[in-house]
Design a protein around this ligand. Sequence first.
Ligand code: URA
Length: 202
Amino acid sequence: MTVLNTLVEEIINCRSCRLAEGRTNVVPGEGSWQSGLMLIGEAPGLQEDKQGRPFVGAAGKFLDELLQMIGLSRPEVYIANVIKCRPPQNRDPQPDEINVCKPWLERQISIIEPKVIVTLGRFSLSLFLPGKTIGNCHGKPFCINGITYFPMYHPAAALHQYRLREVIKSDMLKIPELLLEQQTNGTSEEAGDPPAQQLTLF
Ligand code: URA
């Protein structure tokens, strides 16, 4: 068994917070462990909880479409969430739940070593770029410690606010260039980036 399989096993058996009580399945994340691109959402919803897989509901369909737009498919990227179990009635994840779950994500990131991390929605954004707001920084890359963080609106937001569909699509179209830049020389730091030590992760 590889270190990666071991990690997934550990995540699946986690009972460290109250969310373990109401879940059907843990949703550890899935995709290519060799991927340069990692997308990180918020938390599993109803369908994800039923199937144990991330982004398999309505928001996931849109995410699939977005990936297809840039010539990628699910197996070629890694998709995970800030928290691995569904909060009851899809309520917002609580700060203590995020804190308890954070080491899983940190370990996933340290194994996958993505070049580009796309944060989907505000919970994922504030984990990596605390203090930033999605309205101001979506579609802008932030390079910190060799990783390009790229904030995007959560795909589910487009289900409620149709005008966001085009915003999300146009942000998505910037990703291939970010991957290319990372392959060649790494991206430059944006003015006003938080210094690395302010990041909550690592
Ligand atoms: N929303 C998320 O943030 N993650 C999922 O896996 C599904 C919906």
